[in-house]
Design a protein around this ligand. Sequence first.
Ligand code: SF4
Length: 375
Amino acid sequence: MRQYLHTYQYFNTATLKNHIKNYNQSELAELFIGLGEQKFRAKQCFLALYQPSLQSFDQISTLPVSLRTKLSEAYSLFSIETGNVQVSDDGTRKFLFNLADGMAVESVLIPSELVADDGHPKRLTLCISSQVGCPLGCKFCATASLKLRRNLTVAEIVDQYLLAQQSTDKPITNIVFMGMGELMLNYDNVMKAVEIFTHPDLQLLGARHITISTAGILPGIMRMADENRSVKLAISLHATTNVLREKLMPISKAFTLQKLGDAIEYYYRKTHKPITYEYILFDGLNDSELDVQRLAKITRRVPSKVNVIPFHPIEFTNPEGFAAELTPTSKEKFQRFIARLKDAGVTVMIRSSSGEDIDAACGQLAFSRVAEQHN
Ligand code: SF4
């Protein structure tokens, strides 16, 4: 990646005020009543807060000046600020976002390879984080070495989108929760952020343009099913046997492939929405003919597709033990695996360019700058 030459500095880092975007519209209404304001002001404020061009309370011209002053004294408009932006040759942008308590997270903005008639990418996907670090300890994952620092707030999740959108004149078309963290462990804040992204009055994104990716936390999958959430669900699978999956993803000791399959069936029965499986290919571990057959069987349980992802080694985190043994499958074996999967009737998606790779899987989001900040 090339270093971007400038750093955005819109915001006052020193502020530890409450973040206004932690409140949804009805909570804002209560807040405004508490401030002695009329309820309809809350809706005016809510509509303005999520305009990507908004950079200060002063710009909310629908609110009286006295209220704008009151808000800016008590609340901060942005909960994060853009620390550094790197741009790769394929147009992918990686953002380092500083949090008010000195921590940091990353988001990645990925243009699609498909180009529309006007010459712009058809899709512009933002991969965002849900936690600072992650407690799940997946062996192929850079974020895992940070362990869990804390959950992100609603405002910190939403602001990743707003600041990334401010950096480009093209609309972000898709959001994937595949950055740092296991979002099912921060379910309430993630879903509250999703409700903002998909709020009909804001018209930011449709629910089918948002993907929730989990390592397979079954209570979260069941809850999504029961709540009939409209967003898409992706499962980080990466192995076709419990033995290997437990080695790669220790959380799967609690949530075996059988239990995961049952939860996915339950989800499909409730929502009728297809699933995406993410499958990183590791040399000699999960790329055999037997894996093809087992993966095909797993994917037949409900309508689904598989994203096959090349492994990006994470040497910069100094992996040890099993993590240090993981290597990418060769290009030839990668292609053969995909061809055999297709032969077995599986719908396969492949990510090839570097930016799309980052899009492809939870835990494959590079994070060296974040690691530096947290050490
Ligand atoms: S791959 Fe995802 S769930 Fe696993 S440790 Fe990394 S961030 Fe957490």
